[in-house]
Design a protein around this ligand. Sequence first.
Ligand code: NZQ
Ligand code: ZN
Length: 391
Amino acid sequence: MDNFSFYSPTYFEFGREAEKKTGELIRRFGGSKVLLHYGGGSIKKNGVYGKVIAALTSADIKFTELGGVVPNPRSSLVREGIDIARSEGVDLILAVGGGSVIDSAKAIAAGVKYDGDFIDFYRGKAKIEDALPVGTVLTIAAAGSEGSPNAVITDEETGKKKGARSDHIRPKFSVMNPEFTLTLPPYQTAAGATDIFIHVCERYFSNTPEVVITDRLCESVMKTIIYETPRVLRDPDNYGARANIMWAGMIAHNNICGVGREQDWGSHHMEHELSALYDVTHGAGLAVIVPAWMRYVMERHPEKFVPFATEVWGVPLDMINPIETAMIGIERFEGFLKQIGMPSKFSEIGARKEDIPKMVDKLFAGSETEGNYVKLSKEDVTKIYESVADV
Ligand code: NZQ
Ligand code: ZN
């Protein structure tokens, strides 16, 4: 196991009616006037907006609001949010929504405290040194941004989707009421579950030896997603299944499963090129990329695919031919993604084969290789994209 620092100070309020604590939590973390930030309107349709406003009002928290965050959130709205937060004297950013809203809120929080253009953080020109406090009310289990120090933004000037990372933007608190996820369309539920599963894969496929504790944690989160996702798709109102998936999403990405080990993240970077170019739902893009990545790297480096098959998918170990065992694990994963309605090919997400060179060039601007479990060259990534580019 490698040396590590682990700092994860988000306060979580989890369960039914958790949102009633929102006002109290804002006060506890120094807020008195918040920017209420949200997406395209789902919170107004499903009543979450009204519940949050009631909680703010009862705690006498003043607020100004900015909706309109789109999935794969855009730099222009972040700039608008920074202007509003400054002119209104906001002292905390409250994100009500999913990863896109939370990431936009984090970027606003950092941008308010920075003299230059916030996009510098995403172009490698500046580091986040300070930020307004961020609180979240989560409405979809997926990105794990409610407990992570990351924020991913689409830079509209360059067309690149990039992440920034800092403990300053890790949410001070996150309110997680699983009932708020009952109104998710099945596709978003499944894409979110896929993202959760793959946040763990990015950590599980590692070359670091002697990491039994995090291996077992990773396997447990993956098995939870395998068990609960079909249940919730059959019965969308199943509170227990929703609750388990929601907490799995947090555990998958606050890095408790990833400390002390080399991590991969090549598949996420390959996916971000897809969502930047075609506005693909992040989890659906991962469903196309990750099995292709697995098939490609398994041939060169099968070791970790054997426990992935036996421990996660229950495949019996073939001692004479462990590669066969590993392959069956990948096939089970592909079958699962199909069962929950995720795509597997470019044509299903509107991606085009002729754009592959462009995506590869953007991905490798400034880096020689991608990923760590197997370090991938431009040619490798091209082959992975091509293996799922059916048109
Ligand atoms: O915009 P609204 O109307 O709210 O609709 C949203 C959106 O269309 C809808 N939705 C959310 N909660 C709902 C709901 N619809 C009905 N009922 C509800 N309760 O779901 C759609 C997707 O929302 P979004 O916030 O985009 O989902 P997600 O949480 O998957 O976030 C995706 C973004 O997070 C980034 C991704 O790249 C992507 O931009 N990521 C952020 C990470 C981080 N900050 O740590 C890590 C991840 O790997 C990921 O890259
Ligand atoms: Zn992700």
